[in-house]
Write a protein that binds this ligand. Structure first.
Ligand SMILES: Nc1ncnc2c1ncn2[C@@H]1O[C@H](COP(=O)(O)OP(=O)(O)O)[C@@H](O)[C@H]1O
Ligand SMILES: O=P(O)(O)O[C@H]1O[C@H](CO)[C@@H](O[C@H]2O[C@H](CO)[C@@H](O)[C@H](O)[C@H]2O)[C@H](O)[C@H]1O
Length: 473
């Protein structure tokens, strides 16, 4: 049983803005209502699937929540408690909580996927001919995420999309299409959950079950380990400045991996072109894109004044793009490409999360783009990795800021070059031959990052700002 809608809506309005994956943190919630409520498991504990309609300013976003209801809430679930009902002097009789963290309830998802269940408006599917194991216990992963993913044993990862959009989810669509054309750089899709109608006749994807690559190491962690080694690599007495050190001599050099990652990226771009086709944008459309990049810059400077000192240099890159505009080939791309979206397994690099940037509209995320847009995303990520330790921790050697900055720059430059080399050698458009386009894409992404960090992780804001200070100097 659920509490009255107004009580539930009140509790959720208070709880939602504190969630990492909530995309509307920069303005208050004007109204919240329950779009659909579907009972997936009756009893105590009980499981309900909710779609929340969240109204902010002039927009309404839909979020998905698995709501658990228990009479007694064990301590292990206290941190995900949302509220309780009915309210009374003796405390609530039942507790409401985020059921993604409750393995007693999430096993229902595997049962429903295995059985291709239909429950109310929810449809569960498995990949044709694949038998889903149902004897696995879930564990939520703890990385920085826009969605919530559950590990089922060592076998599967189930991504539950938090903010929903109408139509087939990009991640599902792209993964299925890449698998169809034989691309081995994505994990196999084993099942998905969708809802009949998002209000406009289109289905809405709610979840995606894929093979869990349990031997994989995240690109971000590998890169950070390499940067740490690079900072710890000390100069033998009397042998000069850090800047003169040979980065290849430091333990944990990442350049060979960066090069292989560049090659895998080019192969995925070719597979995306094969699966979805290639189009051409006219020169005037490229000029319009450059103008949009600049408008975004202006708006972001207004929202985050710390960006303003870099505005002139950024505008210069967008003006150069407009001035040299020519027709460009465009295709489906990753759209939010960074080191947290790639896993190194024993057989090579795997790409994850084709959903595009969470702060963009569904239309913007699906838009075709020149493949160097993804290359620019990864170059930004090398900048982030190089500067993360300087900005975020006090554990780096006690050297002066200038020397650390020099060292950060050397790591980023080495890995940027290796990635681009691998990308071009594997048949991608040569980044060196498109420097104006690449710079504009990189600055566009940096502007997005400044806004993203200001909204979601203010403590990270100095990371893109410091890198911009360097790139625009
Ligand atoms: N198939 C997989 N195998 C192993 N780990 C995965 C897999 N898919 C995702 N992950 C891990 O989960 C993290 C978040 O996944 P991602 O799809 O990027 O979620 P989000 O859209 O919420 O950012 C990844 O950075 C990776 O560490
Ligand atoms: O992975 P998501 O699809 O949720 O992407 C969003 O969050 C990312 C951070 O988790 C953010 O990426 C930025 O930070 C990364 C380090 O954490 C860095 O490697 C990226 O280069 C940087 O852009 C991403 O921009 C955002 O859309």
């Amino acid at each position: 049983m659920l509490p009255p809608e107004n009580v539930l809506a009140r509790d959720l309005t208070e709880w939602l803005p504190r969630q990492r994956w909530f995309g509307g943190k920069d303005s208050p919630i004007d109204d919240l209502s329950i779009g659909t409520a579907t009972e997936l498991l009756p009893g105590d504990p009980g499981l309900h699937h909710l779609i929340l309609d969240v109204h902010q300013n002039t927009t309404t976003d839909q979020y998905q929540l698995l709501l658990g209801v228990r009479r007694d809430l064990p301590d292990r679930l206290r941190h995900v408690e949302i509220g309780g009902f009915p309210e009374g002097p003796g405390g609530p009789e039942a507790h409401l909580y985020d059921a993604a963290y409750d393995p007693d309830l999430t096993r229902t998802l595997l049962d429903d996927l295995a059985g291709e269940a239909s429950v109310g408006p929810l449809r569960f599917h498995h990949a044709s001919g694949f038998d889903i194991r149902t004897d696995l216990t879930s564990l939520p992963i703890t990385t920085e995420q826009s969605n919530t993913s559950l590990l089922f044993g060592d076998d599967y990862i189930c991504k539950l999309f938090r903010r929903l959009s109408s139509g087939v989810n990009l991640d599902l669509e792209v993964n299925l299409a890449l698998t169809r054309v034989g691309c081995t750089h994505v994990p196999a899709v084993r099942g998905w959950i969708e809802m009949d109608d998002g209000g406009d006749g289109e289905p809405v994807t709610l979840g995606l079950l894929s093979d869990y690559l349990h031997t994989g190491a995240e690109g971000w962690s590998l890169a950070i380990a390499s940067v740490r080694d690079w900072y710890a690599h000390t100069v033998p007495p009397g042998e000069g400045e850090w800047a003169e050190l040979d980065a290849s001599a430091a333990g944990g050099d990442f350049a060979a991996e960066a090069e292989r990652l560049g090659a895998a990226t080019a192969e995925v771009h070719q597979a995306l072109a094969e699966a979805f086709g290639v189009a051409t944008v006219r020169a005037d459309e490229v000029r319009a894109s450059a103008a949009r990049m600049n408008e975004e810059l202006t708006a972001t400077c207004r929202a985050v004044p710390a960006l303003a000192p870099h505005a002139k240099a950024l505008t210069g890159a967008f003006i150069d793009l407009a001035a040299q505009a020519e027709p460009l080939p465009v295709q489906r791309v990753h759209g939010d490409y960074h080191l947290g979206q790639v896993l190194r397994t024993e057989s090579g690099w795997t790409l994850l999360d084709f959903e595009g940037e969470p702060a963009r509209t569904p239309g913007e995320r699906r838009a075709l783009a020149h493949p160097l847009r993804d290359v620019a995303g990864m170059l930004r990520s090398f900048e982030y990795a190089a500067r993360f330790l300087i900005t975020k921790s006090g554990t780096v050697p006690p050297e002066s800021g200038r020397r650390l900055e020099t060292r950060a720059h050397a790591w980023a430059a080495r890995n940027r070059a290796a990635f681009c080399r691998g990308y071009a050698a594997a048949g991608g458009p040569d980044p060196a031959a498109h420097s104006v386009l690449l710079r504009a894409f990189e600055f566009e992404k940096a502007v997005y990052e400044v806004r993203y960090e200001a909204r979601n992780r203010p403590a990270w804001l100095p990371v893109p700002l410091k890198s911009l200070a360097h790139l625009t100097a």
